[in-house]
Design a binder for this molecule. Structure first.
Ligand code: PMP
Length: 292
């Protein structure tokens, strides 16, 4: 079945899904986006993703030309038309076409794009063995310059991290903030486990308030694990019993090595494994169901 893409209320083929080169998303990274998963026909945590999208839009004064309900409907319809049961949704709202100046008042209508695709970023064995990652010299953009709660199209910072990860021959890397606290990966949040207690950096350190991160914190509470939002340094990562990353695409993935330090036993630890199991129990339950 041919893939169709939602483009401003119409469904078009991949070849016809085009926006203007004057779009300020293209010219300036002026826009916002969400990455969402579909598990067995369930748009996982749909509300939470839409809430973050509309909050990001409000913060940057971007008018989304669809109501919250219409946007949810557009997501459902796009998944349905593609007959996708398991996959990934990329929802993009850019400022729209303007002129070459920065002024967003020259962009009368935002572009709304929804792309759905199959997804497999990690192999099952990666979840068992854990990833090898490094820390990089690229620092996280400071929160008072661009608040990390805004999921904007401005990902150059993260791309620089990805380039350094590529050069180091690994798939993911850790970014510190300008004070040397661990912020997050290029596209994932981080948790460390020490003596049974989980810690993740607070947003003000420079971490996106990840939806998967929130799910894991909720699961910790339900399962009786203590979880804290507190800044920590690379040293704390090196000496942690377990380290894992969370993200819509990555889910809950163990880290076995950071900057050549072996973490714990050098494979997914018991708490990471438990949380991944519990996470996988709810992904096809908690969300919006697509009526195919
Ligand atoms: N941090 C960054 C920079 C991200 O882009 C993402 C999303 N891929 C995450 C963290 C994880 O957030 P979520 O769990 O909402 O996907």
């Amino acid at each position: 079945m041919a893939q169709v893409i939602y483009l401003n209320g119409e469904f078009v083929s991949k070849e016809d899904a085009k926006v203007s080169v004057y779009d300020h998303g293209f010219l300036y990274g002026d826009g916002i986006f969400e990455g969402i998963r579909i598990y067995e026909g369930n748009i996982f945590k749909c509300d939470e993703h839409l809430q973050r999208l509309y909050d990001s839009a409000k913060s940057i004064m971007l008018d989304i030309p669809l109501s919250y309900e219409e946007m949810e409907q557009a997501l459902v319809e796009t998944v349905k038309r593609n007959q996708l049961k398991n996959g990934y949704i990329r929802l993009i709202v850019s400022r729209g076409a303007g002129n070459l100046g920065l002024d967003p008042r020259r962009c009368p209508v935002a572009n709304v794009i929804i792309i759905v695709e199959q997804l497999a970023i990690y192999k099952e064995e990666d979840y068992l063995n854990g990833l090898k990652i490094v820390s990089v010299s690229t620092r996280r953009n400071v929160p008072d310059a661009l608040n990390p709660k805004i999921k904007s199209l401005n990902y150059l910072n993260n791309i620089l991290v990805k380039i350094q990860a590529n050069l180091a021959g690994v798939g993911e890397a850790l970014m510190l903030n300008s004070q040397g606290y661990v912020a997050e990966g290029s596209g994932d949040n981080i948790f460390i486990v020490k003596n049974g207690v989980l810690t993740t950096p607070p947003s003000y350190v420079g971490a996106l308030e990840g939806i998967t991160r929130a799910v894991i914190m909720e699961l910790c509470e339900q399962l009786g694990y203590k979880v804290k939002e507190e800044p920590f340094a690379l040293h704390d990562v090196y000496v942690a019993d377990e380290v894992f990353l969370t993200g819509t695409a990555a889910e809950v993935i163990a880290v076995r090595e950071v900057d050549a330090r072996i973490i714990g036993e050098g494979a997914a630890g018991p708490i990471t494994t438990h949380l991944l199991q519990e996470f996988r129990k709810i992904v096809h339950v908690d969300g919006v169901k697509v009526p195919y």
